[in-house]
Design a protein around this ligand. Structure first.
Ligand SMILES: [Zn+2]
Ligand SMILES: [Zn+2]
Length: 650
């Protein structure tokens, strides 16, 4: 028997998305598997997914792999096409600029498009049109995109003069004998793919912006030039995307935060360390108060823990072994300390300091706990990625049979939050992963209870099989903002591990010691993320109860200044200001509008004579001859009922 015969007799099994199994030759590629399923699918194959990783169709399948075939109808197709568009961008750059001077770094697809990083490239926004035209030409030239498997030595020669590529290559070389190149026309790149078959298959490409980016996201490295772009199958998809992008930019929390003087992040105080200004802290305080009321109604006790602990605690909690790279750790004298990345261990330590009877449980601790996580500097952005943030944290210690009632109560609180802010949401239950701690019995019992809570909640949910943490199942919320974007929201996480590590127990009815289950929960998640999301959701036009300035009194002339202050006094229960600047009424209205104040009270001679006011809202509706008492009563109701829009004039 020849060697190839003996090989072809070996068979492997791959698992298809519908759960069925497919037996193929041991050396079958992703594309071979697709042909095995059907010739139509085979010829439509663009790429594949093996155990969730996007791979080239030429990659071999392996025994037991979950296999998905990617065609131009798949969601992942855009990602593949955008990666190919990134190659076209690099090709265009090398055509239009000094090929020997410009050094290529990396060019991956992203959620919204792609980028390519270049060193030694001088380019500005005005040059993007030329680059776009060149990319279009490359698409029109319709080059085949050819994959080639190359030895490490050969690759080294081809990449001579490209220091960044050589650095990447040397890392691949540690684990592989060969690498792949993708070639289109005169241009080629060291790249794992996958790609579309030819440049002609790329639809429309738009270059979006130029930014600086450190090689490998490390600020000790060279700053390179990053060009961002996106690609879609057709013009109309691109138009929709640009429209959404404009809308998102209009709502950018960094810009609005600056305009409304809500917060700042400064070089001198450090990256990812937000400073809340008075207006921002006013909004935060309202958010804190809202959660405090919910917590107190639901029987939580507030605790407080410091920002830093001895690392003994982090050893006990497991953070030292598993989370150290994301922590700020430092020595003080002979002891080692770490800023807290999570509040849970502190709360577990409080619980541990007592002896508990089954009658005491559940114990519910709440804390607005500031935590510190060392994100990569290059990843930091506004309030969305920060080093210091505050979680509206809560930890419960419950008997296993209390999981259902407690999670139900938490879900009610979360629903309350989402409805108050007018956010749509989705829920998912993440279940036991392959590697986990805790007995079968406790997992089953916990998952059953979570499922029955979700069932009775009456809102659709997904089950994410095997996506739970190793220490317990969880329910995740994602909310959708006013322009349809999805954000990570609250979570309810069960934990069978930390009670073990801290040796937590309570004395049961049987007089024996038992382990409680720990539940981690947050209603907002982090204040920073939630605040950011609210700024963008409302475009800075907060509901009255949250608005940093709720009412502004605008005197028509200086003669009405005294009356303006008397009127303001009538609203001293609210955050009210008088615009006493020497300026025209039109300008004052403009300023109040820009500051996104929900209501303006306008007072002139007529109002003063009648002892009345004129009321103007942020929709620019205005009503004259309003009685002060009537308006104040309305404001109280609008604030206390936490209505989302000013509705006195609506
Ligand atoms: Zn590539
Ligand atoms: Zn926790």
């Amino acid at each position: 028997m020849s060697e190839s015969d003996s090989q072809s007799q070996e068979r492997i099994t791959v698992v298809l998305p519908d759960g069925s199994e497919l037996e193929v030759d041991a050396d079958a590629t992703v594309e071979d598997c697709a042909y095995e399923i059907g010739p139509g699918l085979g010829s439509d194959t663009v790429a594949g997914k093996l155990d969730g990783d996007l791979v080239a169709k030429e990659e071999p399948a392996y025994d037991g792999a979950e296999l998905e075939i990617i065609t131009d109808g798949s969601e992942e197709y855009l990602e593949v096409m955008r990666h190919s568009a990134a190659h076209c961008l690099a090709q265009a750059v090398e055509r239009l600029y000094d090929e020997d001077a410009v050094k290529l770094a990396i060019g991956p697809p992203t959620d919204e498009g792609f980028y390519y990083d270049f060193d030694n490239l001088e380019v500005d926004e005005e040059d993007l049109a030329d680059l776009e035209a060149e990319i279009e030409a490359i698409i029109d030239e319709d080059y085949d995109i050819e994959r080639e498997v190359v030895s490490i030595d050969e690759a080294e020669q081809r990449l001579a003069g490209e220091p960044y590529k050589l650095e990447l290559l040397s890392e691949f070389a540690d684990e592989n004998d060969t690498v792949t190149f993708y070639k289109q026309g005169e241009w080629e790149d060291l790249c794992a793919g996958p790609h579309v078959d030819s440049t002609g298959e790329i639809g429309v490409v738009e270059l979006l912006e130029i930014a600086g980016a450190y090689w490998r996201g490390d600020e000790d490295n060279t700053m390179q030039t990053r060009i961002y772009g996106t690609a879609f199958e057709d013009e109309s998809d691109l138009k929709d995307f640009l429209e959404r992008k404009r809308e998102a930019e209009k709502r950018d929390h960094r810009r609005i935060g600056n305009e409304m003087d809500l917060f700042s992040i400064q070089d001198v105080t450090g990256p990812g360390l937000p400073l809340y200004h008075p207006a921002g802290k006013t909004v935060l305080s309202e958010l804190e108060g809202f959660v405090k009321d919910l917590n107190e109604d639901a029987g939580y006790d507030y605790v407080e823990t410091p920002h830093v602990f001895k690392t003994d605690l982090w050893h006990r909690s497991g953070h030292y072994e598993n989370y150290q790279d994301d922590m700020f750790i430092f020595d003080v004298g002979d002891d080692e300390f770490g800023l807290k990345p999570m509040n849970c261990p502190g709360h577990a330590a409080i619980f541990q300091d007592h002896s508990w009877s089954y009658r005491d449980l559940p114990i519910r601790y709440a804390e607005n706990g500031k935590v510190y996580r060392k994100e990569q500097r290059g990843e930091l952005s506004g309030l969305s990625r920060v080093w210091a943030f505050t979680i509206d944290d809560g930890h419960l210690f419950v008997r296993p049979e209390q999981i259902r009632q407690e999670v139900e109560a938490i879900m009610d609180m979360i629903t309350d939050v989402l409805e108050t802010f007018d956010l749509d949401y989705e829920m998912a239950l993440a279940t036991r992963p392959e590697k986990s701690v805790g007995s079968d019995e406790i997992w089953e019992r916990a998952e059953d209870q979570l499922e029955s809570v979700l069932e009775s909640h009456g809102h659709d949910y997904e089950i994410e099989d095997g996506d739970g943490a190793f220490y317990g199942p969880k329910i995740d919320f994602a909310f959708e903002d006013a322009i349809g974007r999805s954000w990570d929201g609250p979570t309810v996480q069960l934990d069978f591990n930390m009670p073990e590590r801290f040796d937590l127990n309570y004395v049961g009815e049987d007089n024996e010691e038992h382990r409680p289950v720990m539940i981690h929960r947050a209603l907002y998640g982090s204040y920073e993320r939630f605040f950011m999301m609210l700024i963008e959701h409302y475009e800075g036009r907060f509901p009255l109860w949250l608005a940093p300035e709720q009412v502004r009194v605008l005197p028509i002339s200086d003669d009405n200044l005294g009356y303006a202050h008397r009127v303001a006094n009538e609203f001293d229960d609210f955050r009210v200001e008088v615009d006493d600047r020497d300026s025209t009424l039109e300008r004052k209205i403009r300023a109040a509008h820009d500051d996104r104040v929900p209501y303006q009270i306008i007072v002139g001679d007529n109002e003063e004579d009648d002892g009345n006011i004129s009321v103007r809202d942020r929709f620019e509706d205005q009503e004259y001859d309003v009685e002060i008492d009537e308006f104040r009563e309305h404001l109280e109701a609008e604030r206390d009922e936490q209505r989302t829009e000013p509705d006195f004039l609506q």
